[in-house]
Design a protein around this ligand. Sequence first.
Ligand SMILES: Cc1ncc(COP(=O)(O)O)c(C=O)c1O
Length: 386
Amino acid sequence: MKTKFNRIYLDYAATTPMTKDVIEAMMPFFENEFGNPSSIHQFGQQADAVLEECREILANHLNCTPEEIVFTSGGTESDNLALRGCALARKEQSGANHLLISAVEHHAVSHTAEQLAKYFGFELEILEVDSVGVVSPEVVQKRLRPNTALVSVIYANNEIGTINPINEIGILCRERGIPFHTDAIQATAYLSLDVEKLYVDLLSLGAHKFYGPKGIGALYVRKGTPILPTQTGGGQEWALRSGTQNIPAIVGMSAALRFVEHNQETWKASLSMLRDWLIDHVLSQIPNSFLTGHRTQRLPNHASFVFRGMDSQKLLTLLDIAGYACSSGSACKTGNPAPSEVLLALGLSRELALSSLRVTLGKDTTFEHLQGFFDCLKATVNKLRQ
Ligand SMILES: Cc1ncc(COP(=O)(O)O)c(C=O)c1O
């Protein structure tokens, strides 16, 4: 994407621009069609009909029933509801108090699990990953216990792009009757979210990572999964997430999902070619550069590196001045000089972990953008090293 300032955006994992169609779909719901779906009158009924249409779009995409979709305010809230809601319900039902999460979860999952351990009496166990960030089903199998309340493993990692074998882990949990959550927030634009094939009981998504609006997301909750609300009030969303639904944003998210359905296969093919071109050029032409994450089992739009001896904050600043917007990892870490926990979990030293660069492509990225970016990156790394 070329902005009006002539900058090239290569940070689609942080957020994506809404498409014109998404914006147009939302507009009527800010103006004339403003009803509250809980109201009895026709304004309300119309809003409710739209809400249920959108729920069906999500349900079709996930291969579940509309009753299994809960609208939330975004990815973070979906993760919070999944973890806190399910863990507390499991503890109340059966006394299960053991939580298993991977070492490469987003803070929306890891900090929630840490809070459950600190204040609610859960024992938190971390599933280690291999050097490219994969959670192995064998490791999960060894760690599952009769009192495991919940397992959470990220589908595709935001910092290193690695895709996890979710269905294999899901089968292990299903066999033992243990609820399994996956954070699919980065995966939605590129991977299948068929919850039957994935064997998940809870799945989080957030619209602004797939060309929808910010501040809206959803949680899939398989029928029968123990879960308590974390936000109580008027009883909306099957009493799991009270609060008047954000209809314009829900309409935008549904339009964005349609856009994904239409383009996913094309993006997978075209972006993975661009990604591979960039990875090959960086690794072969920039000395002391290393790929982080899996070489092939990674998101098609995701390239992430470390450059020995480089300060990633300086690198990002110079790239930004040159007109290229990238990241050092998750957007939430920007401005925070602490090394990424995800990179440390791969076994990288603190110094290498502080030298990371994440380049994430999207619908408007072209080969010319990447060529220009690569030349600039090579020159900037050389300059900083001198
Ligand atoms: C993997 C993952 N989980 C959760 C989140 C949080 O999502 P949101 O920004 O919608 O709250 C993000 C956003 O960066 C993410 O990449």
